[in-house]
Design a protein around this ligand. Sequence first.
Ligand code: SF4
Length: 339
Amino acid sequence: MRFPFSLTRSMTGYLLRKKLAGQKRFPLVLMLEPLHACNLRCVGCGRIREYADWAKHRLSVDECLAALEDCGAPIVSICGGEPLIYPEIQQLVQRILARGKHIYLCTNGLELRRKLPLFEPSDRLFINVHLDGMEATHDAIVQRPGVFAEAVAGLRAAKDAGFMVCTNTTVYRETDVHEIAVLFEYLSEFDVDGFMLSPAYGYEAVYDKCGDRAAALFMTRDEIHAKFREARGLLSRHRLVTSPVYFDFLCGRRELTCAAWANPTYNIRGWKGPCYLMTDAHYRGYAELLAATDWERLGPGGDPRCEHCLVHCGFEPAAVFAANRRLRDMLKMAVWQMT
Ligand code: SF4
């Protein structure tokens, strides 16, 4: 199976309860950013730039848990910033797991070997390591030599210790998908549990603050379709955790409506609206974010800022909801999950 049974069971039960309650908009994954400080300065990262003035601030563990209670999402993606430099990361992970939730602990891998003893393997904890290419490419993107080697060493140590490990790869205009195939082949030697893919999309924070070098990395909608059509043939034999419905969308074979409300972001300033990428306001509660945002206006064809966006946080949840509406999609997702 592509995901642990506990995750499939928890997500199926959650979706069923929401459907029976007639709820239209609800969260699937809380994007939790306990801090924005990072030990790297990646070329395409808008986060550390947008929140540069907040780099010294961090959420308390209680504030993180209150946000989780507020929205009730079954999955928490702990991101940032670099979560492994969050001083209370051990307590945060333990207390989220104690609430029966699933966690994706996202990391650049630099601190992974050192911090691994803080955690215990669980079928509800995924360690998610960021790798955008083989050594030369990845180290150029993260702007520091040696990061690829350390991230892979951390990933191998985590696998050896019995953790579930997946990787997260952003596909840029310059990305050679043949190199990503080589990367996945290489990582498969260590029994990596899944590979996530997401297209780079140039949103305000990166265009405004990352300069020409970063802006040149981002793709238009047509470029994304072409890149992922090429990727599909090369990468589909690997254990992708990018769902087939979302992949069809990336390839331009079907349309999806943005469901950014399902992957809300909570950070030091509150609930970030309207989505993980764009910032118009921060809200005190998830319900306030839902009520204050004109969701129908967002997505391609609506807000002009969304025109070239096909990113994971807006459209992977849309794929889940779409699959629940069409029998053919439902079967496709079920077969994919079982293989
Ligand atoms: S399409 Fe959705 S996820 Fe993408 S920028 Fe617009 S609101 Fe955000």
